[in-house]
Write a protein that binds this ligand. Sequence first.
Ligand SMILES: Cc1ncc(COP(=O)(O)O)c(C=O)c1O
Length: 402
Amino acid sequence: MAALRTNPQLQFVKYRSKSRDFIPLYEPTITEEMRQAVLQGFDERLWIRGSREWDSQGRRFEEEVCQFIGCKYAVNMTSGTAALLLALKAWGIGPGDEVITAPNTFPAPTDVIMWTGATPVYVDIELDSYCMDVSKVEAAITPRTKAIMPVDAHGHAADLDALMEIATRHNLHLVDDSCQAIGAGYKGSKLGTHGHCATFSYTRNKPMFCGGDGGLLVTNDKQLAETIWMLANHGRGPRYYEGSMAEVAYRALEHEISGLNFRQSEVLSAVARVTLRSLQAWNERRRELAARYTRLIHALDTDIAPPQEKPYAWHSYWRYVIRTPKRDKLRLFLSKHVETKPTYHTPNHLDRVPRTKYGFKEGDFPVSERYARENLALPMYPALTEEDVDFVVGRIEAFYRS
Ligand SMILES: Cc1ncc(COP(=O)(O)O)c(C=O)c1O
């Protein structure tokens, strides 16, 4: 088989576990209770939750998410990407429309906007929070704008009240892409209720997980929640379920709307219920580790800028992301003992499709471009120890001394 990698110093090390002299970027905490949940979800044999009403792992997970977040409705589905896409679909966003988002993140926000046929309109970020710069949003609004999709970068909330004020004034929808930030906070409450809806991901390396992909849309809007559920489940609503009980079967059931299949597996939902119970403690642990990183990095007195937390945010540190102009050299130096990752090193507007489709160019969003050149995520997960953090910072110190 052809070799996949050309740079042996930057090997793909995701599946290496922590050892005395190697700290991976991420390592999940897996417990016996999670393993038992897999078996339970499997042995219950429902596997697929065909109706929202059925007593199921998925339904209980949604109820527990509502309690945890403090929202009225949660729709469990196959991914955070699906949740974002369905929010835009539920609002009828499509060709000719524009959606405002940030250009410094995972491609999902841009992709879902393009998949609806709408156009992504980017607003640059703040260099301290890595979130959308609210002061630049109004200048990006046009008569075609239909929604704002801020991203809660790495667990740090965007300034959602300020964004909601703009959205309300311009009659726009606001979907808070909180896929990186489940359990994080904004002005004293959990993220999820500060826009018209919010989306979460609980895929492999997120603050909580399930042993596969997983996503949620949460909202206080009953009609939106019901539409999203139908979109995720072949458009099945009351006409379908009532019709399926009819004594005379011919043409008794109808699909309420045109939907697809984004239903989450019962096995994965059972695991998600277990990891949700640890989420608060895990996020608090991440904050402790982040505080230690920040203190030690400040003490080094180098050109590294540690991540910052605005007064309105309760950062959950899904990722601990520093910035330095020496990012690439530092990463190479660390790679033997510490796995790190630039997140994300191609700004979305300069990625292949948006660049060629809409003509974006270097310099369009200078703060995001600087961020893409300088950012580096350091290892961060609840099983990391104080000694591990000291080791990572020790290696960073060695780089600056060399
Ligand atoms: C900002 C952001 N939005 C959306 C997603 C998509 O979530 P998922 O991977 O569950 O589809 C991610 C995933 O990493 C993300 O980081």
